[in-house]
Each structure stands twice: as structure tokens, then as C-alpha cells.
Design a protein around this ligand. Structure first.
Ligand SMILES: Nc1ncnc2c1ncn2[C@@H]1O[C@H](COP(=O)(O)OP(=O)(O)OP(=O)(O)O)[C@@H](O)[C@H]1O
Ligand SMILES: [Mg+2]
Length: 165
């Protein structure tokens, strides 16, 4: 579990359940305005991680790939929302602009799959997670934060998962 520097953290998962547990730890820290970008190939584990994120954040809703809707909204009993955007099928930047990401971020955390497709319009301040397939049930997750707020989020997450700063 190498700690590369204060802006990055690499974790390894050996099962979908472990990936969900990592997501739960991070989900418990998420607040409105937090942007979490999940980059990784098909089947890398992005949606699996979101299942943990939503559960840790406090939603009881089922998490699925936003196939028809582009954006899934998960609700919490206190009526807060977590937004889950899958950019895989977004065909143009104007189409993405219509989604009004800033408005979502004012209302809750936003998690984006295939964020590299939206780089032109995504806020530069974010927590970026690169998921990589290593072997059948083995994935690496490289977390990197940009901007002071998300650096604090990463520091809190690091404390939560490995107990060190
Ligand atoms: N350690 C692991 N972490 C996450 N998923 C794993 C792991 N090991 C095996 N898997 C499997 O890999 C698949 C990951 O699928 P998932 O839908 O999360 O990927 P994705 O990155 O969202 O893909 P897509 O780009 O198609 O949306 C699932 O079938 C899951 O069970
Ligand atoms: Mg997915």
C-alpha cells in the first residue's frame, strides 16, 4: 500500500466486496460540492466502487449503471442526493453542459464514470480515482486530489483507511 505523496494514495482490492468497502469509507466523508472522478476501462470496477460510495454516504437505494438515464440520483432519508453520472454515452460537450453539473454539485456530491470524456467542462478541483485491472479479482485504485478542498478530503480518507496522515 505505497503512499506516494500527500496528493496521491494507491490501494489494492482483491474482490468486489473489498472495492465496495473502500467506497463505503470514502462515501461516509462525501458532502455537497465534492466531485469524485472514476477513470478506468470497461469492467475496471467503477460502478462497484459507486455501490460502496452510495451506501457509505447513507443511501439505501440500489446502485446500477446509469444506462438509459446518464445520471442516477441516490437519496438519503434526510432527502439529500448523491449524483452518479456515466459519461460513456455522452456524445458531445453541449450535451454534457445541459446536465448542469454545477447545479448538481450545489445539491450533493457528484460521482462521474468516464470523466476523461468531460475534461473540457469538469471542474479542475476533484478527487480523481484511476482504477486498473490487474488480474481477475485484483484491481488497483490510485487516488489523486486537486484543489485544497479535495486534498483535505483525500487526507481524511487516508486517515480513515490506513490511519495515517
Ligand atoms: N476487486 C474488484 N473490484 C471491483 N470489481 C471487481 C473486482 N474483482 C472482480 N470484479 C468484477 O469486475 C466487474 C466490475 O464491473 P463494474 O460494472 O463495476 O465496472 P465499470 O468500471 O463500472 O465498467 P463500465 O465501464 O462498463 O461501467 C464486476 O463484475 C465485478 O464483480
Ligand atoms: Mg460502470
Amino acid at each position: 500500500m505505497p503512499i506516494m505523496n500527500v496528493n496521491t494514495l494507491e490501494l489494492f482490492s482483491r474482490s468486489p466486496e473489498q472495492t465496495r468497502r473502500v467506497g463505503m469509507r470514502l462515501g461516509g466523508l462525501l458532502q455537497s460540492g465534492d466531485l469524485v472522478c472514476l477513470q478506468g476501462d470497461l469492467g475496471a470496477g467503477k460502478t462497484t466502487l459507486v455501490q460502496g460510495l452510495a451506501q457509505g454516504w447513507g443511501s439505501l437505494d440500489d446502485v446500477s449503471s446509469p444506462t438509459f438515464m446518464l445520471v442516477n440520483i441516490y437519496r438519503r432519508p434526510d432527502a439529500n442526493c448523491l449524483f452518479h453520472l456515466d459519461s460513456y454515452r455522452i456524445e458531445s460537450i453541449p450535451e454534457a453542459e445541459e446536465l448542469d453539473l454545477d447545479n448538481m454539485l450545489m445539491q450533493g456530491p457528484l460521482v462521474v464514470e468516464w470523466p476523461e470524456r468531460l475534461k473540457a467542462i469538469l471542474p479542475a478541483a476533484n478527487l480523481w480515482i484511476q482504477l486498473t485491472y490487474m488480474a481477475e479479482e485484483h484491481r488497483s485504485m490510485l487516488f489523486s486530489a486537486s484543489g485544497e478542498h479535495h486534498l483535505h478530503l483525500l487526507a481524511d480518507f487516508r486517515r480513515t483507511v490506513i490511519g495515517a496522515v
